[in-house]
Design a protein around this ligand. Structure first.
Ligand code: ZN
Length: 177
């Protein structure tokens, strides 16, 4: 496994253990050249997904490529790599559950954006802005609005449903004598 920091071709496994209910093996690796440490996950691949890009070109789904784009979005963010793995697993499971091996790159992008929303707000904005190819400041503002409203969605909805023009009356309305 190539070192992601210095590109050295030979890295050493320091520790291997099952993760995520034994569905994969987590390996801690260290690079003898630069001392960089990183984690890899080994898992079963049940089905080959084919990605249809915007251009119409088809390519096998590349999990590593997706992980690299997430690493960029998550740079210097305090997110446990295992949570990122779980999020990507969730995305892949959803793609596989569509039942069609052909998936559109836009489907992947939207699933990842949804996953990042709960993982890290900064990474969410970074990824979405790159993925959706923002050109104007208002695109950012729209995204921030989405993020804020998503966080407050549930309580807002509830209160909107229950809202009445007057304060709710209790059963103890005073009776006139
Ligand atoms: Zn290295």
């Amino acid at each position: 496994m190539r070192c992601p920091y210095c590109g050295s071709a030979d890295t050493q496994v320091k520790d291997s253990r099952p993760a995520e209910d034994n569905s994969c093996i987590r390996r801690r690796r260290v690079c003898p050249v630069c001392g960089g440490r990183f984690t890899t996950f080994e898992r079963v691949q049940l089905r080959e997904l084919i990605v249809i890009k915007k251009s119409g070109r088809r390519a096998p789904f590349d999990r590593d490529k997706l992980m690299r784009s997430l690493e960029v979005a998550l740079r210097k963010r305090p997110v446990d790599p295992e949570r990122v793995e779980q999020m990507v697993n969730g995305v892949v499971r959803q793609l596989e559950s569509f039942g069609d091996p052909d998936v559109h790159s836009s489907q992947i992008g939207e699933l990842v954006i949804e996953g990042l929303r709960s993982l890290d707000p900064v990474a969410y904005v970074r990824f979405a802005s790159v993925y959706r190819d923002f050109r104007e400041a208002k695109d950012f503002n729209t995204l921030i609005d989405e993020l804020v409203s998503a966080e407050t969605e549930a309580p807002e909805r509830e209160s909107a449903q229950d809202a009445s023009p007057e304060p709710a009356r209790t059963g103890k309305a005073p009776e006139r004598a």
